[in-house]
Write a protein that binds this ligand. Structure first.
Ligand SMILES: Cc1ncc(COP(=O)(O)O)c(C=O)c1O
Length: 358
């Protein structure tokens, strides 16, 4: 398998932000390109790319692996990644999942339960005692923190410690999409697998679909590769190349968006029309509750700058009332999920405050 020539060059002592820029690059010198080339190839000699990957995927995987502290496998989307992890589970496994978490993941779990493949238990994300109890009873703990769209922060340290010391030894999976690989590294806390929708902050420009799973366990890494080969949920070469380009600026994007997000969270909290602000203190996501669904829809319709659009993590700010989706119908009706981009903070606040009626 042809891979990028950088293995071993990324220094562990460098900060994550520095590694995000350097990991997965071709060696400098000898006329080498500064960036991994786009290699659109189904065959590499007698090797088939669905089985062995391509140098472009490998560079992206190397970079994400260097940030999360494991071996990464890229997939066609975040949901292809979730499905590959579910593919590892034995029939009849019991899986605990947060009541509030990405609707697509919960939908996939409900589907598996309806087919008699899994038993699903839904727990409040912040009920740490319930998660600690589940560590002794479930086969899999599916964690997501902060959660989509309620931005609940789960106590990963306590839950992963309980899982590691449990005789049941549940498989622990963390969806790290909202925190990003720069915000937290769950493998270092003892998680077995980390998953990302690369579509969001890593890609960062709302122009691709991609996912990645990372693990420090060789057995799981082999199984995750095998699942990709079997299902054919392979990443697009151009998407992997774009995602690597996006990863290079994740540090500055996140730092800037996080500053703006905390400013907006503060101003929203002081606004009389806002019933509740959900901001974890860092990151680019702010959710907030208005009085009801009508008020939330009215704000979306009034906004001139912020796009009323689904998805998140791009350079442009987007807002969505999630309860309009069947999978999120249990989310408070007036909850709006705001993904803060890189626009001027005062322009963003001007748009929100005018939309709320001053
Ligand atoms: C937290 C989280 N995980 C997984 C996914 C699924 O990713 P994708 O849309 O790339 O399939 C999403 C998508 O919104 C998400 O928000």
């Amino acid at each position: 398998m042809v891979g990028p020539a950088t293995v071993g060059r990324v220094n562990e002592s460098w900060s994550a932000r520095t590694r995000a820029i350097l990991a997965g690059r071709p060696d400098a010198g000898d006329g080498n390109p500064a960036n991994v080339p786009l290699v659109p190839a189904s065959a590499l000699g007698l090797d088939y790319s669905r089985e062995v990957g391509t140098p472009t995927w490998a560079a992206f995987e190397e970079a994400v692996g260097a940030l999360e502290g494991g071996t990464a496998t890229a997939y066609a989307s975040g949901m292809a990644t979730v499905t590959a992890v579910l593919d590892l589970l034995p029939a009849g496994a019991t899986i605990a999942v947060p009541v509030y978490s990405y609707a697509g993941t919960r939908g996939a779990l409900d589907h598996a339960q309806q087919q008699g493949k899994l038993t699903v238990r839904r727990l409040e994300p912040t009920d740490t005692d319930a998660w600690i109890a589940a560590a002794a009873e479930a086969d899999v703990l599916w964690l997501e923190s902060p959660t989509n769209p309620t931005l609940d922060v789960m106590d990963l340290d306590a839950i992963l410690t309980a899982a590691r010391s449990s005789d049941r030894a549940p498989l622990t999976v963390v969806d790290n999409t909202f925190a990003t690989p720069l915000g937290q590294q769950p493998l270092g806390k003892g998680a077995d697998v980390v998953v990302h929708s690369v579509t969001k902050f890593i890609g960062g420009h709302s122009d691709l679909l991609l996912g990645v799973a990372v693990t420090a366990r060789d057995d799981l890494s082999t199984s995750l590769r095998d699942a990709r080969t079997r299902t054919g949920a392979t990443p697009g070469t151009f998407e992997a190349w774009l995602a690597l380009r996006g990863l290079r600026t994740l540090g500055v994007r996140l730092a800037e968006a996080s500053k703006t997000a905390s400013l907006l969270a503060e101003r929203l909290a002081a606004h009389p029309a806002v019933a509740r602000v959900r901001y974890p203190g860092t990151g680019a996501m702010v959710s907030f509750d208005l009085a009801d669904g009508d008020a939330a829809e009215r704000l979306c319709a009034n906004l001139k700058l912020i796009h009323n659009a689904t998805s998140l993590g791009g350079v442009e700010s987007t807002i969505e009332r999630r309860a309009h989706l069947p999978g999120d119908a249990h989310v408070p009706d007036g909850l709006l999920r705001l993904s803060v981009g890189l626009e001027d903070p005062d322009d963003l606040w001007g748009d929100v405050s005018a939309g709320l009626g001053g």
